[in-house]
Ligand binder design. Structure first.
Ligand SMILES: CC[C@H](C(=O)O)C(=O)SCCNC(=O)CCNC(=O)[C@H](O)C(C)(C)COP(=O)(O)OP(=O)(O)OC[C@H]1O[C@@H](n2cnc3c(N)ncnc32)[C@H](O)[C@@H]1OP(=O)(O)O
Ligand SMILES: [Co+2]
Length: 134
């Protein structure tokens, strides 16, 4: 089912500060901030040769990552995103196996313009998993 690692997400209180760390100390190429209101985040991408790092900052009153950032003020790895060939088939197979698909279970367009879903961390080794349609 899962294919390529699309990105690893790090949640922080400031994508501006985190971008400076990645550009400065780590010499990385970092995109400009983009607010994705429907997901309650502001995001920047660190482009790597073999995958991406997604730096996330809470946006709005009900950001789903506000709790995580409050618990991890220095930041922390928030989720991993795997690509799947058919996100609806993957969802149905996972639900049939008893995994919890977060939200209403319908894929929504993510930061790359592709449908995404999230799986509960407690069902996947304590790791929040995002699936993105390849
Ligand atoms: C622009 C889109 C972009 C993209 O790539 O396209 C994105 O990735 S958007 C990313 C932001 N959106 C989401 O994360 C949506 C899915 N996430 C959620 O619905 C919540 O974050 C949720 C339900 C995973 C956790 O919400 P919350 O922290 O408010 O709930 P709890 O505090 O009750 O946590 C329950 C339980 O889970 C543990 N937890 C929470 N977050 C994580 C995490 N990121 N990784 C691992 N574990 C996590 C938390 O510690 C609680 O465990 P407990 O043992 O009960 O303390
Ligand atoms: Co993501």
């Amino acid at each position: 089912m899962i294919g390529r690692l699309n990105h690893v997400a790090i949640a922080v209180d400031s994508v501006e500060k985190a971008s400076a760390v990645y550009r400065g100390a780590l010499g990385a190429k970092v995109s400009e901030p983009e607010t994705v209101a429907e997901h309650g985040v502001t995001v920047v991408f660190v482009e790597l040769p073999n995958t991406k790092i997604e730096l996330l900052e809470p946006y709005g009153e009900n950001s789903p990552i506000a709790g995580f950032v409050a618990k991890n003020p220095a930041g922390g790895i928030h989720h991993v995103c795997y690509e799947v060939d058919d996100i609806l088939a993957a969802r149905d197979q996972l639900k049939a196996s008893g995994a919890r698909v977060l939200g209403d279970g319908e894929p929504r367009i993510g930061a790359h313009g592709k449908p995404v879903l999230f799986l509960h961390p407690k069902d996947f080794c304590g790791t929040l998993v995002e699936l993105e349609q390849a």
